[in-house]
Write a protein that binds this ligand. Sequence first.
Ligand code: NAD
Ligand code: WQD
Length: 337
Amino acid sequence: MRILVTGGAGYIASHTAVSLLDRGHQPVLLDNFCNSKPAVLDRIEALTRQRPTLLKMDVRDTDAVARALREHDCQAVIHFAALKAVGESVEKPLAYYENNIQGTLSLLAAMRSSGVKTLVFSSSATVYSADQPMPLREDGLLGTSSPYGRTKLMVENILADVAAADKTLSFTSLRYFNPVGAHPSGTMGEDPRGIPNNLMPFVAQVAVGRLPRLRVFGNDYPTVDGTGMRDYIHVCDLAEGHVSALNHAHGRAGWHVFNLGTGQGTSVMQVLQAFSLACGRELPYEVVPRRSGDVAACWADPHHAESTLGWRASRTLEMMCADAWRWQSANPMGYPD
Ligand code: NAD
Ligand code: WQD
């Protein structure tokens, strides 16, 4: 299949592009580089011996996206392009609604005008309401507390409505839990701008000496050791989940929703310990007050993806840390400009 991948130079999309190429698909990557660099294309080429097309384009440019869909004869779209920082979304909600909502509406218009009917959307565990028992199932209570989370939930609602109105469309929402790690080659990984918001890239930058110590946000949660628990999933498992979702979606109209997680909760201290083992030294940390908006625990029930897509995450926490460390130590400042 030829697949348009919006946000194609980003962290999860670039790993997905490698999985798609490995399975004989042809991704066409589209990105405006607001949170990524074109250099990732050289890494994709080095790993796969194929150089996919990379279009510098904003997903909100409906005409250009429609042209790209037609010129490259795409049969499906994977829609990663979005802004994703929860804290920033509270400061700049309009930027999030403009980019994430308008971006999706524009993409849907481009798909309609070029006759592309299959879409896989990057959703998030953040669409689930806090304070419900773990693990989270796809039919769990929805509700979210940040503008970023609301953009994901609103887009899910838009996609469900559009798919209900046109029975020829196949739309899939993948709710990612906590994507971490890097390609095992150490040539591709997460390259956040500025100080990382998320745990694993922060720990990786402590390990490589870019940051002095981890600040553990609270150790008084009702969890195994008092620190927050999450469902960390290796980015390569996640990438393969997209290939499975696309295979399932093709020729199967309707609205489909899947959790992509491991089904296992891991605490902040367990991540820190696993990363220390991976990099071969104790990593400094201090416990500070809870971060506002955090929940104690969040992990997936992954059975729906397993039984319907035939996909399950297989990579361990040790592999997530070893691969993240290989990437960070070989590329301490991320991708070149
Ligand atoms: P990322 O920032 O690395 O990738 C997003 C890419 O989209 C970037 O390359 C960025 O430049 C591009 N982009 C943003 N707005 C664009 C626009 N208007 N036009 C064209 N390109 C645009 O982030 P990621 O971690 O790879 O996340 C990918 C998707 O997965 C996002 O939709 C994100 O919300 C979702 N998601 C991420 C996580 C996570 O923890 N990383 C968890 C759940 C869901
Ligand atoms: C994990 C754990 C923190 C940083 C976020 C988004 C979510 C999704 C994934 C996009 C928590 C603790 C963290 C640090 C810490 N993204 N922590 N010190 O908050 O589960 O999810 O990313 O959709 O929407 O909210 O991930 O990696 O930020 O935090 O102690 O410096 O690590 O308190 O318990 P989170 P995270």
